[in-house]
Design a protein around this ligand. Structure first.
Ligand SMILES: *Cc1c(COP(=O)(O)O)cnc(C)c1O
Length: 361
């Protein structure tokens, strides 16, 4: 087998080797079918069994209460930017958005097509130093929901706590932090997450929605984005992304086996702290985000001299470190430390960063 590299991709992202090995082992003959899961009908009882198992495993690891539905929706996380206002702003056409980075800004922009969007708090796009203080938040008096992104994947900004919304349902885009930060589902009206960062191959989004918050869709909401309809068809109103669903189940089993979400969270703090320690110990590297708001998953950093960036990437490659380049909007580097990125990989990156500074600092 060829050598696996240290993969810091922002998404689609690294999956644990154990999961990839199981996929490989089952690829030609899944559940004694004599064919792979991706060649199975989604109506087949063996697939239904896997689909139901996935839901139960997710319920177990996230402690999802029974008054929440779990939906496995086709398409990427950005579909939910439209689905959310289409499903919830029917009665009350105001929605509150925290715009703390690229993803929440995109979500707010899409929602503006369907409802009145009120921006609760913003960050300076040139700065992204942190999230505005609570005293400055402008929540509307009557909003259908409050939307926020607990972990902004591109800029590496994170909400240190879940925002208080005084009874208004809270909607969270957990695409980059699901199963990696431990949340109490009861605090949310809806949680969604594209699976390609921390769960499975791209093409599916998981939606966890409180049932009393579900029956309010606008009349022109497309059926395939309507949560009530998706639920009625047990997430199969049309052919679902079966392979992603199958891998999602393997990931949920893997998280369970490795100590659950709490253990993943503890490891995330540990892994990210290692990199921030290297970054903060020198002027050679920098991360401009206030420590209180630093992501424990996506760690962006700049070299003091950006002309060294191509050399950094080139030498990193030679050391088996891949997909470390920052998002085009931010420049510099970004190390994404999802659950599939183990401590060994993070140690290798930390050591490489120190060695690179010695050579070129
Ligand atoms: C990656 C990401 C998205 C976009 O996901 P798509 O599946 O490409 O639509 C949305 N929100 C967050 C927080 C992300 O990290």
């Amino acid at each position: 087998m060829s050598k696996r590299t240290y993969n810091f991709s922002p998404g689609p992202a690294a999956l644990p080797v154990e999961i990839l090995e199981q996929i490989r082992d089952e690829l030609l003959d899944w559940k004694d079918c004599g064919y792979s899961v991706m060649e199975s009908s989604h109506r087949d009882s063996k697939f239904i069994e896997t689909a139901e198992e996935a839901e139960q495993n997710l319920r177990d690891i996230m402690s999802i209460p029974s008054n929440y539905k779990v939906l496995f929706c086709a398409g990427g996380a950005s579909f939910q930017f439209a689905a959310i206002p289409l499903n919830f702003s029917g009665k009350n056409k105001n929605a509150d958005y925290f715009c703390t980075g690229i993803w929440s800004e995109k979500a707010a922009k899409e929602a503006q097509r369907y409802c009145n969007v009120n921006i609760v708090a913003k960050t300076d796009s040139a700065q992204f130093m942190g999230i505005a203080r609570k005293e400055q938040w402008q929540l509307s008096k009557e909003a259908a929901y409050v939307f926020y992104t607990p972990n902004e994947t591109v800029s590496g900004i994170r909400f240190p706590t879940v925002p208080e919304t005084h009874g208004v349902p809270l909607v969270a885009d957990m695409t980059s932090c699901i199963l990696q930060e431990d949340f109490d589902v009861n605090q949310f009206g809806l949680i969604f997450a594209g699976v390609q960062k921390n769960i499975a191959p791209a093409g599916m989004t998981i939606v966890i929605v409180r049932d009393d918050f579900m029956d309010q869709a606008m009349s022109f909401c497309p059926s395939l984005l309507n949560y009530k309809i998706i639920d009625e068809y047990k997430s199969m109103p049309n052919t679902p992304p079966t392979f992603s669903w199958y891998v999602a189940n393997l990931t949920f089993q893997w998280v369970k086996k490795h100590g659950g979400v709490k253990a993943m969270e503890a490891l995330s703090y540990k892994k990210s702290a290692k990199l921030y320690e290297v970054i903060d110990s020198t002027d050679f590297y920098s991360n401009k985000i206030h420590f209180k708001y630093r992501s424990v998953i996506n760690v962006p950093f700049h070299l003091h001299d950006s002309t060294l960036d191509p050399l950094f990437i080139q030498e990193a490659e030679k050391n088996g470190i891949r997909q470390i380049k920052g998002h085009k909007s931010e420049g510099g580097m970004r190390a994404s430390l999802y659950n599939g990125v183990n401590e060994e990989a993070v140690n290798a990156l930390a050591e490489f960063m120190k060695a690179f500074e010695k050579r070129h600092g």
